[in-house]
Each structure stands twice: as structure tokens, then as C-alpha cells.
Ligand binder design. Structure first.
Ligand code: ATP
Length: 298
């Protein structure tokens, strides 16, 4: 029995640094090269496990070295990887070029992630035995819909991070308990320019937790006053995966029975810790670090 099951993407991020982004048709010299396990699904699973949750990851990798290294990274963070499928195509990769000053380009090759078009029996079982399901939009939409419908029918709390942003059907929103968009995602999905207005419109379908970067997060529901929780004032050096850390830790706190404002505060603390370090999943804090940070902030 896992508190939290994450159905989502697992990629190897292949990151090169350059002085500047190359022009069209141009070849330039790179600086450093790093391979970092990533994908929003794997990032959320690692953040949730490091924060002390019992976490299972349901996804797919290829039968290749990159896939084995991603599974090893998940396992070493304490994530149960027994529901990770092996696809007959290569592991998903994200090809990231980061120029001095922070400009970047990213090409994502879905690979094994793209083979998950329907719910595998192992994934359906993982969902049925969990308290909370975490979903994002880096897998094909039909499997996201199938997982949300399955979880909804079983009364498993379903939290959807709608990234990368795309229009969502009313059917999918109706099967979700909590939608966690950032401002860009909220406005795109609701089709209005104002993120607060967008959150109010989306809250007609499901609860909404709108994240606002360094301005914190606000919980918007159809029948209660919005609850805002500020971000912790810290000096950010790398905000990559702040949202994934936030959601992973939020899910663990909710699964443990925390009230929403307390879960939001814990998730904000974890995200504040993660943005102070370079990296993505590797910068997610442990439960002990979150406790110490909150103790110091109290
Ligand atoms: P990303 O795409 O970078 O993973 P996101 O756009 O999904 O992030 P954000 O709204 O940027 O999500 O951030 C999620 C939460 O992380 C915020 O609600 C806040 O609590 C925390 N956070 C983000 N940026 C900062 C920051 N600079 N300082 C402190 N906390 C931050």
C-alpha cells in the first residue's frame, strides 16, 4: 500500500551548457554536459519520497541504460519502482541547452512515456491501493483520463498538475479532486487572461490550488473563501522543478491527514528549500530538512 502513487513521465535530462544558444544551422562548442533523471512524474515521486511519503511510481522506461539509471535514482530516493513498465522503445529524453544568463532550449523525445496510451494492469492496481494519485500531462492524454476516472470511481484523491499546459475536457476536470496549475496553465485552460478569474472558473469543476512562484499559492474552491499561503522569502538560484517539489510534498502531507493550509505551508517550505539549490529532482529536501526549516521559520 502506497500513500501516494505517481503516474507520469520519466526522462533522462541531457543538459549541455553553452556561452550562447546556437543559431539556425550553426555548430558551437559546449561547456559542460550532465545527465539528470527528470520528467515531471519522476520529479514528483522523488520529492514525495524524500519528504517521507510511501510512494510508488507508475510509468515506463526503455530496456536500456538510461532507463535502468532512472529506476535506480527513483529507488535510491525510496520510491517503489515495481510498477515501472519496460517499453520496446528507448527511454524518454529531454535535450536541454542552457546558455550563460539562463536562456535555454528544450527538445523532449517522449520515447517509452509515449507508449502509455492506456492504463496497464499494474498501474490500475497501484492506483487502487493508494490514498492519493498524482498526475501531470507529460503522458498521452487518454492514459491520464483513464487513470483519473479509475481513481475517481475508487475514491482515490486525484491531484493533477496540468503541465505542459493544454486545454482540458470537462470529463477530465470532473474526475480530478485538486488541480494545481501555475498562472500560465490556469489562464490557458480556463481561456481568460486573469489567473485568479481562471482559478475561480476552474473551481466550478474541481478544487484549484493556483501556484504563484515567489508570491506563494492560493487554494480556490467553489464554496469557501480562497486561502492564500505566501512563499518563504529565500534567494532562488534555480527554480527548476519547484512546482513538482511543491506538489509531491503537498500530496504526502494531505495523505498523512494534514489540513490544506498546513499541507500548503509544508509544500511551500520544501519548494523554498529546493529553489536555493541548483538541480531538479536532486534538490528536493528530506523530511528532516523541511521540519528544521519550518521550526526555524515558526
Ligand atoms: P516549475 O515549472 O519551475 O516547476 P511552477 O511554475 O509549476 O514551477 P511555481 O508557481 O513557480 O510553480 O512554484 C510553486 C511553488 O514553489 C510556489 O507556490 C512557492 O511556494 C514555491 N516557489 C517557487 N518559486 C519560489 C521562490 N523564488 N522563492 C520561494 N518559493 C518559491
Amino acid at each position: 500500500m502506497a500513500d501516494v502513487v505517481v503516474l507520469g513521465s520519466a526522462n533522462m535530462d541531457l543538459v549541455v551548457t553553452t556561452d550562447r544558444l546556437p543559431g539556425r544551422g550553426e555548430t558551437i562548442a559546449g561547456g559542460t554536459f550532465r545527465q539528470v533523471p527528470g520528467g515531471k512524474g519522476a520529479n514528483q515521486a522523488i520529492a514525495a519520497a524524500r519528504a517521507g511519503g510511501t510512494v510508488r511510481f507508475a510509468g515506463a522506461v526503455g530496456d536500456d541504460d538510461l532507463g535502468r539509471r532512472i529506476v535506480a535514482a527513483l529507488a535510491s530516493a525510496g520510491v517503489d519502482t515495481t510498477a515501472v513498465g519496460r517499453a520496446g522503445v528507448p527511454t524518454g529524453t529531454a535535450h536541454i541547452t542552457v546558455a550563460a544568463g539562463g536562456d535555454n532550449t528544450i527538445v523532449v523525445v517522449p520515447g517509452a512515456n509515449g507508449t502509455l496510451t492506456d492504463l496497464l494492469p499494474a498501474h490500475a492496481y497501484a492506483i487502487a491501493t493508494a490514498d492519493t494519485l498524482l498526475l501531470q500531462l507529460e503522458l498521452p492524454l487518454p492514459v491520464v483520463q483513464a487513470a483519473a476516472t479509475h481513481a475517481h470511481a475508487l475514491g482515490v484523491r486525484t491531484i493533477l498538475t496540468p503541465a505542459p499546459a493544454r486545454p482540458l475536457s470537462d470529463d477530465l476536470l470532473a474526475a480530478v479532486d485538486l488541480l494545481v496549475p501555475n498562472e500560465h496553465e490556469a489562464t490557458l485552460i480556463a481561456g481568460v487572461d486573469d489567473p485568479y478569474r481562471a482559478a475561480q472558473l476552474l473551481a466550478k469543476h474541481c478544487d484549484v490550488l493556483l501556484t504563484l512562484g515567489e508570491r506563494g499559492a492560493v487554494h480556490v474552491t467553489a464554496d469557501a473563501e480562497p486561502v492564500a499561503v505566501p512563499a518563504f522569502p529565500v534567494t532562488a538560484v534555480d527554480t527548476t522543478a519547484a512546482g513538482d517539489t511543491f506538489v509531491g510534498v503537498l500530496a504526502v502531507a494531505l495523505a498523512a491527514g494534514a489540513a490544506m493550509p498546513d499541507a500548503m505551508r509544508r509544500a511551500s517550505a520544501a519548494a523554498a528549500l529546493s529553489v536555493q539549490q541548483p538541480g531538479a529532482s536532486d534538490s528536493a529536501p528530506t523530511a528532516a530538512r523541511i521540519d528544521a526549516f519550518l521550526g526555524g521559520a515558526a
